[in-house]
Design a protein around this ligand. Structure first.
Ligand code: PEP
Length: 250
């Protein structure tokens, strides 16, 4: 049985006082919500502050939105896996389409980051997904397959890995994959994971959907057999919306 995971990716949003207020809000509401693993990826500068707030809270876990593959050194502006770990992170998001697009990260770079994250004992949320052009050109499966194989080459994969299927055309656009489209891609991703691991072990890996998830569409998406949770961007900024998405797991 895969435990649902709902992750919030704040991207470059919120100042520390707003973040602290959000955490207080979710701590108040979570006890009444369905069971799920909750992961929050705030900006790096907020992590240690939020970790202090979450010290006695085992329900909410922190994630980095990115990291560099080197453990330390002269890499101005970068942050290592060990730094994320020491700031209280259990997870790191890698391969987000905004990293691929704006910071030119390719599968080889993501592969190095995964290796490095594993050596820092961070769990990985690996994002994959096609652009609209690729979808319209019938390339969705080829793209997702090569992103998965490229990122996971030589990596020992276990059920700590989380994959997020995030069609690029659905991120921050208000366009959402239909539950049928999402389920189809998730089932395909699981089949690829089955060829990397074994079909049986692929059943233990959680595959999240991301791309304009809101309380209005979450129930339909989360009800599909291979959709094990959501990676939520915009709607995670408002604690009420994020909690409504968690509530739709019921
Ligand atoms: C994301 O940033 O991973 C994301 C899915 O964003 P949004 O929910 O805003 O589309």
């Amino acid at each position: 049985m895969r435990r649902p995971l709902i992750a919030g990716n704040w991207k470059m949003n919120k100042l520390i006082p707003e973040a602290v207020e959000w955490v207080a809000g979710i701590q108040e509401r979570l006890p009444g919500l369905p069971d799920a693993e909750i992961v929050l990826a705030p900006p790096f500068t907020h992590l240690a502050v939020l970790k202090l707030r979450l010290e006695n809270d085992s329900l909410i876990k922190l994630a980095g939105q990115n990291m560099f593959w080197e453990p330390q050194g002269a890499f101005t502006g970068e942050i290592s896996g060990a730094m994320l770990k020491s700031a209280g992170c259990e997870y790191v998001i890698l391969g987000h389409s905004e990293r691929r697009l704006f910071f030119h990260e390719d599968d080889a770079a993501i592969n190095k980051k995964i290796l490095s994250a594993q050596s820092s004992e961070l769990k990985i949320i690996l994002c994959v997904g096609e652009t609209l052009e690729q979808r319209n050109g019938g390339q969705t499966e080829d793209v997702v397959k090569s992103q998965l194989q490229g990122a996971l080459e030589g990596i020992e994969v276990d059920d700590d890995l989380v994959v997020a299927y995030e069609p690029v055309w659905a991120i921050g656009t208000g366009l959402t994959a239909t539950p049928e489209q999402a389920q189809e891609s998730h089932a395909f991703i699981r089949s690829i994971l089955g060829s990397i691991l074994t079909p049986e072990d692929s059943l233990k890996i959680r595959i999240l959907y991301g791309g304009s998830v809101t309380p209005d569409n979450s129930r339909d998406l989360l009800g599909r057999p291979d959709i094990d949770g959501a990676l939520v961007g915009g709607a995670s900024l408002a604690v009420e919306k994020f909690c409504a998405i968690i509530a739709s797991l019921n």
